[in-house]
Design a protein around this ligand. Structure first.
Ligand code: PHE
Length: 334
């Protein structure tokens, strides 16, 4: 009996095959319900008592060996089929392309709208000096209106700061270019806002400025009307008198958006109206600060916040979504 068992063991050790059928029948032959191993177990009662221990050990050895052999040979087949029979003519897995951020999409649309009517693009630095962000814009040192825009200063040098608005680009452009001039400047701006869930220290604006002879407030209104019609398909506007040190007169513009969705309610605080920009006639002091003759030239300027507009257009209920970079959010803008 023992010799028979040892014979099986050495047969198994020698066995090798790459043929799945052969391997499967090996399994059935040894490990199947009516296979050799079960047959040997049922012979156990006929084994003489003094051989029972050795016989039992050998059967277990055989059983483990058969199972291992089967597993190894089978996984060899799998491995080789993975490498050899790959079909290189199959189409590949689709690679999905990325998408632009909603703020970028809105920015591009606004640039398109204004470039159709002759505005050129001009950008300025995010790290500014006091002159371009404040002083030249008719905001001298200690002017109380500086408090309207809490500022991040560079600690060692109070003259250097993170720009609080894109109006700084007005100054840069006016200093370097004689009128007539007509530019828009998109960009990121920074305000040192009190920490709350709704306030954000970083946001985006687009600035526009047009300086020429005989530019009037009527031109400004007409341009804003053209913009809101193209951007939102809506033209119900409200100009509220306001104050900016660099424009006189100044206004804030509200658009009537309507109250069709819950998000409309939330963004417009239940009124249907939303403030979308600040604007006004460029203050003569600003022109003079940039060496432009304010007797000869007049101009208008406006600044709008991109986050709000993106929230309305894409019905985004919470401004924080723009900064969290959650892929499930960003994926929706393909
Ligand atoms: N710079 C102003 C702000 O950030 C907006 C503005 C721009 C107002 C141009 C008037 C003219 O609030």
């Amino acid at each position: 009996m023992i010799e028979k068992l040892e014979g099986y063991i050495s047969d198994l050790n020698k066995f090798d095959s790459h043929d799945l059928n052969e391997i499967e029948s090996l399994k059935i032959k040894f490990l199947g319900r009516k296979g050799l191993i079960n047959e040997l177990f049922s012979d156990f009662k006929n084994v003489p008592a003094e051989q029972k221990k050795e016989f039992g050990q050998k059967i277990n050895e055989l059983k483990i060996l058969a199972q291992n052999k089967y597993d190894v040979l089978k996984s060899n087949i799998k491995k080789s089929s993975n490498t050899i029979s790959e079909d290189f003519t199959k189409p590949g897995f689709p690679v999905s392309s990325g998408s632009l951020h909603p703020i970028t999409l809105i920015k591009n649309r606004i640039i398109d709208i204004f470039s159709k009517v002759g505005f050129e693009l001009s950008e300025g630095p995010e790290i500014e000096d006091d002159w371009h962000n404040f002083t030249a814009l008719n905001l001298p040192q200690h002017h109380p209106a500086r408090d309207m825009q809490d500022t991040f200063f560079i600690q060692q040098n109070p003259d250097i700061l993170l720009r609080t608005h894109t109006s700084s680009v007005q100054v840069r452009y006016l200093e370097d270019n004689p009128p007539p001039l007509k530019i828009i400047s998109p960009g990121r701006v920074y305000r040192n806002e009190a920490i709350s869930s709704r306030s954000h220290c970083i946001f985006h604006q687009i600035e526009g400025i047009y300086v020429d002879e005989n530019v009037s407030f009527a031109d400004l209104k007409q341009m804003i009307l053209y913009f809101t019609k193209s951007m939102f398909g809506k033209s119900k506007l409200r100009f509220r008198p306001s104050f900016f040190p660099f424009t006189e007169p100044s206004a804030e513009v509200d658009i009537y958006w309507g109250l069709e969705t819950e998000t409309d309610y939330r963004i417009t605080k239940g009124t249907g109206w939303l403030e979308i920009m600040g604007c006004g006639m460029v203050d003569p002091n600003v022109l003079e600060n940039c060496n432009i003759d304010s007797e000869k030239y007049t101009g208008y300027a406006f600044g709008l916040g991109l986050e709000r507009i993106a929230m309305l257009i894409y019905q985004i209920p919470d401004i924080r979504l723009f900064f969290e970079n959650d892929i499930r959010f960003l994926n929706q803008f393909k």
